[in-house]
Design a protein around this ligand. Sequence first.
Ligand code: PLP
Length: 367
Amino acid sequence: MATLADAQALEFATMAHPSPVPADEREALIASPGFGTVFTDHMVSIDWDEGIGWHNATLGPREPIALDPASSVLHYAQEIFEGLKAYRLDDGSMALFRPDENAKRFNASARRLAMPELREADFIEAVRLAVMADKDWFPKVEGGSLYIRPFMFANEHFLGVRPAKKYKFLVILSPAGNYFKSGAPAVSIWVSDYTRAAPGGTGAAKCGGNYAASLVPTKEAFERGHDQVLFLDAAEHKWIEELGGMNLFFVFDDGTLLTPPLTGTILPGITRDSLMTLAREEGLTVREEKYSLDQWREDAASGKLVETFACGTAAVVTPVGKVAGHDGEFTIGSGGPGQLTTSLKQKLVDIQRGKMADSHDWVVRLD
Ligand SMILES: *Cc1c(COP(=O)(O)O)cnc(C)c1O
């Protein structure tokens, strides 16, 4: 039986765009793009059918897709996604950051959701083609990027409950504004009574279903005046897991860092992994250990805990200033961004922008 490794590389056909957005309109759209509301001209699309495998790989115009009302994703949510960015390096060229890790995680998510895997090289080529086709959409604002959203969903017309026999993989792009304006404010987080992921569930997979379940708690956090929601573990409702879409790090007064371990209920963030590597390189001790909400509160009060930050591709590193839950509120450090939070973020951003030596070969140039 053929394996993924010796599958032939996909060949992508190119369909010319009949009417791309005119340059002046595009310039206006990318002048202040925000996040996730502006989309580019093109998309990459690949189909998978049982017995055929991946086929129909196309770079073409971004356009609506027709779905049959019985399309399985609409009923049982068999869907996964990734999120990465194309960055502009200091020398003007464009680059991706560790796209092989996104490709690997995409396949890990695919396995958990009983979906077909895509060769890592095909995943990266699909991303590259999309970015190069729409490089004029790269926002010119300082610190801007092109956010890349690869995703896959089941689109067999079938209401029985079993893995689908047809899937579609797409890559779309969204110009993203500047997350790096100096003095990024510390966020306030709400400790939810809901849980995000249970042992044996899909917490480690990047699937839409996890997000669907997090929307009520997220809304609750917003309504209470907080910026983000924090989830505790499902079994004991005691151990800190992660925010709705970001991993967490804790910094102690002896200079050590702690982040919750990847036991299957936490999303294995690529930013998390990169920051652990950078911190260890600086000689810091990084522990992947369980940490309870009660201990966090106690350590924040005693001064043993000096900083807390969240991390993920979209916002890179975000300091946590305040924590609130049904048991009351507490403040982290001074309530503002801490020293290590700021320096680790700067180091990662400098590597992503080609301002600092990339000793791990994390940066992949596109042109
Ligand atoms: C994507 C995601 C993260 C962050 O992962 P990165 O690879 O660092 O962007 C963290 N938590 C959840 C739930 C996520 O979906």
